[in-house]
Each structure stands twice: as C-alpha cells, then as structure tokens.
Design a binder for this molecule. Sequence first.
Ligand SMILES: Cc1cc2nc3c(=O)[nH]c(=O)nc-3n(C[C@H](O)[C@H](O)[C@H](O)COP(=O)(O)OP(=O)(O)OC[C@H]3O[C@@H](n4cnc5c(N)ncnc54)[C@H](O)[C@@H]3O)c2cc1C
Length: 424
Amino acid sequence: MTEGASAHSSGPFEVAIAGGGFTGRALALALAKLAPKGFAIALVDAETPRADPQPGSAPPKQDARALALSAATKNLLSVLGVWPALEEGAQPIASIEITDSPLHAELRPHFLGFEDVLGADEPGAYLVEYGALYRALEEAVARAGGIAIFAPDSVTDYSTNAFAVTTALASGGVLTARLLVAADGRNSKLRERAGIKCVSWSYPQVGIVTTVAHTKPHHGRAVQHFLPAGPFAMLPLTGNRSSIVWTEEKERGAEIMALDEAGFTAELATRFGAKLGEIKLAGPRQSFPLALQIARSFVADRLALIGDAAHVVHPLAGQGLNIGMRDVAALAEIIVEDARLGLDVGSPMGLERYQRWRRFDSAFSAAVMDGLNRLFSNDAAPLRVLRDLGLGLVDRAPAVKRFLVREAAGATGSVPRLLIGERL
Ligand SMILES: Cc1cc2nc3c(=O)[nH]c(=O)nc-3n(C[C@H](O)[C@H](O)[C@H](O)COP(=O)(O)OP(=O)(O)OC[C@H]3O[C@@H](n4cnc5c(N)ncnc54)[C@H](O)[C@@H]3O)c2cc1C
C-alpha cells in the first residue's frame, strides 16, 4: 500500500526523505511547519503505516529501548509541536551518578556526581519510551498535512542531473526532487549507492536493553555503573521503573539472553544492586550489536545523510538520536533559509554548509563515546587507578562538569536555532 500519493512518477518535490524513523519524520515535520507555503515534501518508509494513527493508540512495533533525550532535542520537539504528547510520560533526569567497581564488589563508591551543576529549573535530559516517541512523531506527521507519504515502500536507487534527483522505489514508482535525504538508518542503502565509505568498527560487545520495576523510588537519578565487560546504565522512567542498557561481551551477552526469566532477572539483580529494593522485569528484553560508524562524507550530489545513516555511536551516553536530531535541526535551517530566498535546496553550496556544520561535531561525539568505552570496559589495575583518579579529579572541578552537562544537553558549539527552541 502506498499512502497519500500515487507511486508512479510523483513530483516534482523539493525534498524527498528516505526513511521514516525518528530523524526522517522529524525533518519532514520541520519542513512542513517551517518552509514556505507550497514546499512539497515526500517521505518514503519501509515500515507498514497504521491506517489512522490516533492519539493514545498502540505503537506499530515493539522496541525495548527508552531514549535519553537532551534538552536541545526537547526544544526541537517543542517547536515541532510534538513535546506536549510526550511530556506526561517523560521522566526528567534530576541527577547522574557514575560508579566504577568490579561485579561482586559489596560497595560501589561514588566517583562522579552531577547534582551540583545540574540546573534546578531545566533538567539536562528526559527519558522517553521508544514507542511513545514513535507514536508522537507519527501522529504529528499525519496531522501536519503537506507531506506525501509512500509506505510501506523503499528507495532502491537514485540518479541526479543538474536540476533534480530521480529516485526509484521498490514498488516501481519514481520520485523526482531537488534534494534526497538519506534517513534510512545504519545500513543505509543510499549511502552505499552514493559510494560513501565509513570509518567503522564493531565492538566485541552487545547492548542488552530491558525495563525493570522496583519497589523503591529512583528520585530521577540516572546511574552509570562501569563494570569490566562495559557500562551498565540504570535510567529512570516514570513511576518506580528504570530502563536498563547493559553492555556485555558478545558471547556472554548471548548466554544471558538465552536464560529463562528467573535466570535473566537474577543476572540483572547482581548488577542492579539493592538500592532500589526488589526488582522484576517490566518489559521485553532485546539485544543490539554495537558499532561505531562515521560516514566519510555526509553529502553527495543532491544527497544529504542524517541520523544513523551518517553516524552510529556507542549507546553508553545515550547520545545517538540526539546527535541525529542536531543533523535534523541544522539541515532544516539551511533548507528553509534557501527556500525562502528561492534558491535550489539541493545546491552544492547548501550541502557543503551542512557538511561543515555537522561532520566534525558527530565525529567528535563518536570519538568521546569510543574513548570512554575503551577506558572503562577493562579491568586492568593501572587503568582502573588512572580512571578512578580522573573521575575523582573531574568530580572536584565544577567547570569541567558544567561543560560535560552542557555537551550532553546539546548546548555547546554552533547550535542550530531549532535546538534552542527558536522557530526559523
Ligand atoms: C541499545 C541502544 C540504546 C540507545 N539509547 C539511546 C538514547 O538513550 N538516546 C539517544 O539519543 N539515542 C540512543 N540510541 C540511538 C538511537 O536509537 C538511534 O540513533 C536512532 O534510533 C536512529 O534513528 P534514525 O531515524 O536515524 O534511524 P532508524 O531508527 O534506523 O530509522 C530508519 C528508518 O528507515 C527505514 N528504511 C530503511 N531503509 C530504507 C529504504 N531504502 N527506503 C525507505 N526507508 C528505509 C527503516 O524502516 C526505518 O523506519 C540507542 C541505540 C541503541 C542500540
């Protein structure tokens, strides 16, 4: 089924977006709301859409993840009118604690806390469930109008000339546009088709994700517990619930995933500790392969990459989607400005501006996440002493902590206007 438009030779559109995940939908919405009247947008997504997404209806697919959204991502979602639907179920992070100790240590000494630098009036981040964010964006796109949706369908190929990009769909349809945006995820076909290589490596780790209910309240405290196999994060959700992102060595991860519920819960409880009382599973469990991947270029002729198509980072600091939303905000700002001036939105100048704005920032974030994972996923005694010393020093340096919090909140560097809550 193709929703909203005939699949055969459609267009011309100004922008065609391949991929209706979080970043693809957020960009479509930003353009529909902020670009000049009559700006034609196409969104192609491989997922089957629900016939009529209604407020409060069930999400289309189950995903065990919860996402830590930075204050900057919240600002973007507010300008796009999505945040009100998420607010009630979003858990503000009131404090962050980092501990570093072996698995069976009785005590987990606190090395780094951010209570003293987190703003009292505006939390730096919020935890939101995957399905809730998916549903809110899907509903907002349906409400916005002006977006021709082709789903379920997928982009299989494209070609360009001096004026346009022509996109082939699996259904046999063809779309023409000024600019094609690849928001098609980590295995992006469009990136491959454009011949863009990636700097990438796989971690010998998996990320196990689930939700637990506990008997004591978390008071909005997020805990990152660095264990020898990798970070174990306990992230507060609304009510007495926490989302778990548990990094394990690949083989051990597969063994843990194969355990029955009692065995899995027992392994989880060893790592979770006793601070929040008794725990029980309160959601599905899921395991993700972990990789670092940065596209060598974020642009090609009439093509821009956003989100996981451009970069995949280790989930230890919950930044992957936040970095993707920075792409969305930067690209939307450039496209809207060019469209208002009547310029070609697929021109090399606009694309080069996007590349300069986003590529260094994404590579820097990926490198920081990679460095932290290497430093902490290791039980060698000298490294342990070094990092504990380092964390202790950072704990006593409020200026460094303030920088880290501002970085996590997406408030450092050259920030696109949508991320500070300004309409374009
Ligand atoms: C364990 C784990 C925990 C995480 N936690 C966090 C967190 O706390 N905070 C955070 O910011 N990030 C987090 N992330 C990262 C975050 O989940 C991703 O960065 C984000 O989901 C990527 O969104 P996207 O829209 O770029 O891609 P995707 O969500 O992968 O969407 C791609 C879409 O494109 C469609 N598609 C694919 N190919 C085609 C095609 N050829 N044509 C048309 N459509 C196509 C797919 O069907 C899909 O709908 C986490 C990741 C993991 C693995």
